[in-house]
Design a protein around this ligand. Structure first.
Ligand SMILES: Cc1cc2nc3c(=O)[nH]c(=O)nc-3n(C[C@H](O)[C@H](O)[C@H](O)COP(=O)(O)OP(=O)(O)OC[C@H]3O[C@@H](n4cnc5c(N)ncnc54)[C@H](O)[C@@H]3O)c2cc1C
Ligand code: FES
Ligand code: FES
Length: 488
């Protein structure tokens, strides 16, 4: 699947990005992590004519605490950065609980919290968390900077309060005025799924009484639900079993779930009630963080450009749909390395990284399974981080290092991961295996001695249709031992 044709710009300053958005108006879209926008473009639910990729804007990949305890999350701070954040674990139990529950580990490497707020998916987890915490979004546009309370920012399903030429530059979580507790619980059918029900609860306590509370619900209405009455019922008194039960009933009453294949409306309301009670009964959000909180054809192609610059070079083949003249197709020149080799290519912006790798470079070990960002078969490393190459534009690897399964083996010997999969029978058909090995390579680089649970967690964005995962996990652990023995 390809997005429809668009012009691609990757500005180097916010001012330039704003000016591009201003020029593009209704036809322009910001591209952040691309984990929602690229799938929508591939399905042609969104067909912007101009993509303003903000990934090269400097200084937006932070999350930090101000001296007064305010937490700021920049527009390019990835879900994965928040998942690994010592700051959140120490100071922000509600966010720390939610971060590992967003999508799967590979999507989390690209997706951003701010992008999630902008996307305003009723099943997006961050909007509930930021709502419960009483957060804000800071936007910048031609008129300057403005701060928008999250309750006003999300205006409906997939709608936000940004003007067409505004960029959300950061999310702000105010400093708590009392002892902060709470958590995020999510009912999902499997790891990486969107919420059937999600509940965020935050309380601030001082002098034994709740001084502020926030409760927000995911996936049980047309957009994020701010359960204000439920939260208000907690304020001004100590947390008691009766008070918690009352708040839980009010939260369940605020939910507007629909009966669907994920469960009946009644069941979902019941889960809202249950989650509110569970989070508040813990009285310690850190437990939520520790527990994770989850229940659960190329025919007819034409050679558009041959870029020759030193060795090796490459040819990019674009699909010719017969609907446009060659001269009208905008192409971008990119330079990147793949498995250590320098490359230069000219690519049409809508070409996906998976296509660049498979058809352009001819490395067909990267497999295409679902083409919908779900299976992880297409996983490669970009600058060392696993990404689903079917959900990244080829043009985005300009200046970056790409690693594919072909780069694993040495000249005469297999990589320990390849040996491990062979020795421990970690594959049957082998279709998922390249993606599994690339995700595992990144895991072992970050964590050379993973536990079995950590291997399972790292591979939870990679689906295998034939094995029971047992031998895949054994294979990765085998490789970890071998690498350790080799002193790597
Ligand atoms: C398989 C899969 C599973 C997922 N599961 C979950 C899940 O369980 N929970 C969950 O919450 N999300 C889930 N997601 C969505 C994921 O979290 C996305 O990363 C997120 O929704 C969007 O963030 P992004 O940075 O990728 O934004 P993009 O996809 O780049 O953009 C999304 C939208 O927001 C706009 N936008 C983005 N950033 C800005 C900005 N700074 N200023 C102005 N506009 C902006 C874009 O123009 C676009 O309209 C899943 C995605 C996938 C592919
Ligand atoms: S996730 Fe890319 S092909 Fe399935
Ligand atoms: S080995 Fe066949 S899909 Fe995993």
């Amino acid at each position: 699947m390809y997005p429809s044709r668009f012009r691609y710009e990757a500005p180097r300053s916010i001012a330039e990005a704003i000016s591009l958005l201003h020029e593009g108006g209704d036809d322009a879209k910001v591209l952040a992590g691309g984990q929602s926008l690229v799938p929508l473009m591939k399905l042609r639910f969104a067909s912007p004519e101009l993509i303003v990729d903000i990934n090269n804007l400097p200084g937006l990949d932070y999350h930090r605490e101000d001296p007064d305890g305010t937490i700021r999350i920049g527009a390019l701070c990835r879900h994965a950065d928040l998942e690994r954040s010592a700051l959140l674990r120490a100071k922000q139990p509600v966010m720390a609980a939610a971060a590992p529950l967003i999508a799967d580990p590979i999507v989390r490497n690209r997706g951003t919290l701010v992008g999630s707020l902008c996307h305003a998916d009723p099943q997006g987890d961050w909007a509930s968390v930021v709502t419960a915490l009483g957060g804000f979004v800071v936007a910048r546009g031609p008129g300057g900077r403005r701060t928008i309370p999250i309750a006003d920012f999300v205006t409906g399903p997939f709608q936000n309060a940004l003007a067409l030429d505004e960029i959300a530059v950061e999310a702000v979580i105010p400093a708590p005025k009392g002892a902060l507790a709470g958590g995020y619980l999510k009912l999902e059918r499997r790891v990486g799924d969107f919420a059937t029900v999600g509940v965020a609860v935050a309380t601030e306590t001082s002098g034994g009484k709740v001084t502020r509370a926030g409760i927000a619900l995911t996936g049980v209405g047309g957009s994020t639900i701010n359960a204000t009455a439920a939260a208000q019922a907690l304020v001004g008194q100590p947390l008691t079993a009766d008070g918690i039960a009352q708040a839980a009933d009010l939260a369940a009453g605020a939910a507007r779930p629909r009966t669907d294949h994920r469960g009946s409306a009644e069941y979902k309301r019941h889960m809202v009630r249950t989650f509110v009670v569970r989070i508040l009964s813990r009285g310690d959000g850190s437990q939520a963080a520790a527990g994770g909180g989850s229940e659960a054809g190329t025919g007819g192609g034409r050679v558009a450009t041959v870029a020759r610059k030193g060795q090796p070079d490459m040819t990019i083949v674009y699909e010719d749909r017969g609907d446009d003249a060659t001269s009208d197709v905008p192409v971008n020149r990119i330079r990147f390395t793949i498995n250590g080799k320098k490359m230069v290519a000219e690519v049409e912006p809508r070409l996906l990284l998976s296509h660049l790798i498979r058809r352009g470079v001819g490395l067909t070990g990267t497999h295409m399974g679902c083409d919908t960002t779900n299976c992880g078969a297409c996983t490669v490393l970009v600058d060392g981080r696993p990404v689903k190459s079917c959900t990244m534009l080829a043009v985005q690897v300009d200046g970056r290092a790409v690693e594919t399964v072909e780069g694993l083996a040495g000249a005469s010997e297999l990589h320990p991961l390849q040996e491990g999969f062979k020795t421990e029978h970690g594959l049957q058909c082998g279709f998922c295996t390249p993606g599994m090995m690339m995700a595992a390579k990144a895991l072992l680089a970050e964590n050379p001695e993973p536990t079995e649970d950590e291997v399972r967690w790292a591979l939870s964005g990679n689906l295998c249709r034939c094995t029971g995962y047992q031998n895949i996990v054994k294979s990765v652990l085998w490789a970890a031992d071998k690498l350790k023995a080799q002193g790597n």
